[in-house]
Design a protein around this ligand. Structure first.
Ligand code: SAM
Length: 381
């Protein structure tokens, strides 16, 4: 790995070249401020040379999720099977390659970058990648660099994340009951997640909780989870299970419609719809009694595709244009075929043009195969 040379990949060595030629021509007469301006000028020039990504339905793609590994230190029953087969390490994109492809997207107008997995914090040298990518925050090209994590390894990394410019993260948490948490995650230790959340908040990072609603898993606990999140100054989003990948249980035994959950919550609280939409698929309400924000992600009961601005990169460099469709394009070949980014840019442009209008998840039917064979850990949640 060579992330010292991460500034030497893709767009950035063009900056170096521009910068070097400028220095040769004029540097002796320039002070520090002029040098700084020069670097910024070169950076902006390099970043603005590429056209924005617009799909064939007119949606501008400005949000990239990257699964940096398909491995995870939990085995949530709705996400993975107990005995998962993971991608051999040799097939993963290196950190340099991840940086290069993220940068290519930033150059094409991606302003939101979310690193996910698998569990992103189990990827070796994850923080090196995060720090390297944070240069796009510093330049203003990225509005947000963030991650989704199960929180198990968050406590020791929280302050480093804050230093890298991470302002908000999502932590997935499906139960506050240690026994239920261990059952859902197949062995996870709840206290470690709670410690991770506390450390992140202490470091000044806002935490949003993501909770998958599970029939016979946490359905009864959901009001308490909302109350707890709001009491700890966190927004919370509830998510319907999606039929992604083989798991041992029948998905129809796990699925609970969020329309039902919402009715239960409305019987105890006043939910006021909020107009604001983030770059994600959630619809938000304010819970008047707690004062907190509550989101609903309902891919099965209501799809959210018209406003979808996202594409997802797997840890092997496959770009998935839709979470709920098979269509994908291999970017790894383009990355490795040439050290400059022309092929990569062309492949990204072609991929985005082929983004489907909508996913076509259906309600789970008993005994049915999953809608898609890949697990969520491949494309990242
Ligand atoms: N390990 C990280 C975490 O736990 O947040 C990131 C990856 S995980 C795949 C991302 C999110 O996807 C988690 O919130 C998880 O609950 C959710 N998820 C996984 N499988 C799902 C499924 N089949 N349906 C709905 N959400 C799912």
């Amino acid at each position: 790995m060579n992330l010292d040379r991460q500034v030497g990949t893709g767009f950035s060595y063009r900056i170096e070249a521009l910068f070097a030629s400028f220095c040769r021509a004029r540097a002796p007469s320039k002070g520090l401020a002029a040098w700084t301006l020069t670097v910024l000028f070169a950076y902006n020039k390099a970043m603005s040379r590429a056209a924005p990504l617009v799909d064939s339905f007119g949606r501008t793609i400005d949000y990239l999720r990257v699964s940096v590994t398909d491995r995870c230190n939990l085995r949530c029953t709705y996400c993975m099977s107990e005995h998962m087969r993971f991608v051999p390490k040799a097939e993963l994109l290196s950190l340099d390659e991840l940086d290069r492809v993220c940068t290519a997207f930033v150059r094409r107008g991606v302003t939101h970058l979310r690193l996910t997995g698998g569990e992103p914090l189990v990827r070796r040298d994850f923080m090196t990648l995060m720090r390297a990518l944070s240069r796009h925050l510093a330049s203003g090209a990225l509005q947000e660099l963030t991650l989704t994590t199960n929180g198990l390894r968050l406590a020791p990394l929280a302050s480093g994340l804050a230093e890298a410019g991470i302002r908000r993260i999502n932590v997935s948490l499906d139960s506050l009951d240690p026994a239920a948490f261990a059952r859902i995650t197949r062995g996870g230790e709840l206290t470690r997640v709670l410690d991770g959340i506390a450390a992140a908040q202490e470091a000044g990072i806002r935490v949003k909780i993501n909770t998958v609603a599970l029939k016979n898993g946490n359905e009864q606990e959901l009001p308490e989870m909302v109350r707890w999140a709001h009491a700890h100054d966190m927004d919370i989003t509830l998510i319907e299970t999606m039929p992604l990948g083989f798991i041992e249980e029948d998905r129809s035994d796990q699925f609970v419609s969020l329309a039902e959950v919402r009715r239960t919550l409305e019987s105890r609280w006043t939910l006021t719809p909020l107009p604001d939409r983030t770059a994600g698929p959630a619809r938000y309400v304010r819970v008047e009694e707690t004062g907190g924000k509550l989101g609903f992600i309902t891919p099965l009961t209501h799809n959210f595709c018209d406003s979808c601005r996202r594409v997802r990169l797997s840890c092997t460099g496959t770009l998935h244009m839709c979470l709920g469709q098979e269509i994908s394009v291999d970017l790894r070949g383009a990355l490795r075929a040439s050290p400059d980014d022309q092929l990569l840019d062309a492949a990204i442009g072609q991929a985005v043009a082929a983004k489907p209008r909508a996913h076509d998840f259906l309600m789970p039917v008993r005994g049915a195969a999953p809608a898609l064979s890949r697990h969520m850990s491949v494309t990242g949640g």
